[in-house]
Design a protein around this ligand. Structure first.
Ligand code: GLN
Length: 548
């Protein structure tokens, strides 16, 4: 029978609830349990797909093509849980299903209300989040902060879910903040007490309190929190800010005894230590690495770290695999035009991420030209591939005015055009080419050397693609298609033959990278950056630690 852990957050947002949920999943997997993870988000958008990255950060795409919250990226980086459309529900998605039922007449004339109809739909969503009966523990993170009006139906639903179940079938974990007031030099427990008070008003008594702190929590504070929040002393644990990597979180939680607390509460048995030895070895590598590479990321949403979260993480994984540290130079694409390519000087690699909209496009193209002309390793993702194709078309294939139809409907050379099946699409939400697609990797290419296999599957999120009418001209100019969709013939990977490392992919490889299983293209890109730094430029596949 599947047991459930519900994770809520109090006091403020951005406490790292997603990371902590992912870490709990990882700890349980390390104890031989099968887990599933799910996020319930209280906002009204049906999914984050239509939101600006500035509002919401990156949109994380699952294999089955769901556009989801970026916390799902943490879940996949830390665990082996299979995430699907049922791994992320929003208020909008819940209401959409209830309203559709109402229109069908399924409620047989009854008044449709938040309680019970919305809360029932939330309970159904929680059940749907468990992909199979052999999941031992289903972890559900509730977005937002306890006390928000929007979260109420979700909290009521999880309360009802626990009602009538045994104590060891459901566990409530509450993550809270112990703020440090520098003026008085004290940490404060009052916000935690108030947040737990709010939860208890709703009828939820937390079983564990995870207290996020900057400084160590004293025994005295833990005693006080325990007494006033009615949580056993040993179940008040500290989660201090990490020193150098978010990947320290699972280790720190195990050190704080969370593995034992969770296993005991859910009667999962607890014998022997939780083995994190390979993870700890990886952290030790990160801590002790002495070399550094600097990668320029030229994009439009540079001001917000979360907008390119998976890309930054995948670069970090690639660096770990190459026993180096990656420093990111975040560059506004427009600045490359305004200030010139001198702002790129000194970097060992250029990455152009995905994106939408025209702003910054020419800056990205200028940056790519600089990398191409100077032999600097280049990696383009989605829009990054499209910009590389435009650059090569204009400068090497002599196709003056080459452009993408996304921004230049009258270009004489639409080297990037709308995909056939997108031509009839008018709605914006959930209508792109989304999710995992197969790709054939051509022999004797950089892509093949990196992947080491003939067939791969990667996740997509786009409407436009390379126009096959220009494929031969581009190949003659040196830009070859090294990855192609086996049936549709869509070009998924391009690379420049006459360059040490110049690759563009139409998919989003960053979604499939994790610290112990870095993505092969990112790993090769970091290796190429290392080679470039040491002035060698050949030898792209330097020996690496393989944990795959
Ligand atoms: N705007 C481009 C398209 O829709 C690229 C999308 C992306 O980078 N995710 O094809």
């Amino acid at each position: 029978m599947t047991k459930h852990i519900f994770i809520t957050g109090g006091v403020v947002s951005s406490l790292g609830k997603g990371l902590t949920s992912a870490a709990i999943g990882m700890i349980l997997e390390r104890r031989g349990k099968r887990v599933s993870l799910q996020k319930l988000d209280p906002y009204i958008n049906v999914d984050p797909g239509t939101m600006s990255p500035f509002q919401h950060g990156e949109v994380y795409v699952t294999d089955d093509g769901a556009e989801t919250d970026l916390d799902l990226g943490h879940y996949e980086r830390f665990t082996h849980a299979v995430l699907t459309k049922n791994s992320n529900f929003t208020t909008g998605k819940i209401y959409q299903s209830v309203i559709a039922r109402e229109r069908r007449g399924d409620y047989l004339g009854r008044t449709v209300q938040v309680i019970p109809h919305i809360t029932d739909a939330i309970v159904e969503a929680i059940r749907a989040g468990v992909p199979s009966e052999d999941v031992d523990v289903a972890i559900t993170e509730i977005g937002g902060t306890v006390g928000d009006i929007e979260s109420l139906p979700f909290l009521e639903a999880i309360r009802q879910f626990a009602h009538g179940r045994n104590r060891d079938e459901v566990m409530f974990v509450h993550i809270t903040l112990l703020p440090y007031l520098s003026a008085s030099g004290e940490m404060k427990t009052k916000p935690t007490q108030q947040s737990v008070g709010k939860l208890r008003e709703i009828g939820i008594q937390p079983d564990v309190l995870i207290c996020r702190t900057e400084k160590p929590m004293t025994e005295e504070m833990a005693d006080k929190i325990s007494l006033f929040c009615n949580v056993r002393r040993e179940e008040v644990i500290e989660e201090r800010d990490v020193e150098f990597s978010i990947y320290e979180v699972p280790r720190d939680l195990v050190r704080a005894g969370l593995d034992r607390i969770v296993c005991n509460h859910l009667s999962l048995g607890f014998e022997g230590e939780t083995d994190l030895s390979d993870w700890e070895a990886m952290l030790e590598d990160v801590r002790t690495t002495e070399s550094k590479i600097e990668i320029a990321v030229v994009g439009k949403y540079i001001d917000l770290h979360d907008a390119y979260k998976s890309i930054y993480e995948a670069l970090a994984h690639a660096a770990i695999a190459n026993r180096t540290e990656v420093v990111i130079r975040k560059i506004q694409a427009e600045d490359v035009l305004e200030e010139g390519t001198s702002i790129l000087e000194g970097v060992h690699g250029l990455l152009v991420p995905g994106g939408f909209g025209e702003r910054g496009l020419e800056g990205k193209i200028a940056a790519i030209r600089w990398a191409r002309e100077n032999g600097v390793p280049f990696f383009g993702i989605c829009l990054g591939l499209q910009c590389a194709v435009i650059e090569v078309a204009r400068d090497l294939a002599g196709l003056d005015g080459a452009h993408t139809l996304e921004h230049s409907p009258h270009t004489p050379h639409p080297v990037i055009h709308l995909m056939e099946d997108q031509k009839t699409v008018s709605d914006k939400g959930g209508t792109m080419r989304l999710g995992a697609y197969d790709c054939r990797v051509e022999p004797d290419t950089l892509a093949h050397r990196l992947y080491g296999v003939d067939a791969i599957s990667e996740r997509h999120r786009h409407r436009f693609e390379l126009n096959n009418a220009y494929r031969e001209q581009l190949a003659a100019a040196g830009l070859r298609a090294s990855g192609v969709h086996p049936e549709l013939g869509l070009v998924e990977i391009v690379e420049l033959t006459d360059h040490p490392f110049f690759i563009g992919v139409q998919f989003h490889p960053e979604f499939k990278s994790s610290p112990l299983r870095p993505h092969p293209i990112f790993r090769g890109f970091a290796a190429a950056a290392l080679s470039f730094r040491s002035g060698r430029n050949e030898d792209v596949l330097v020996p690496q630690r393989t944990n795959a």
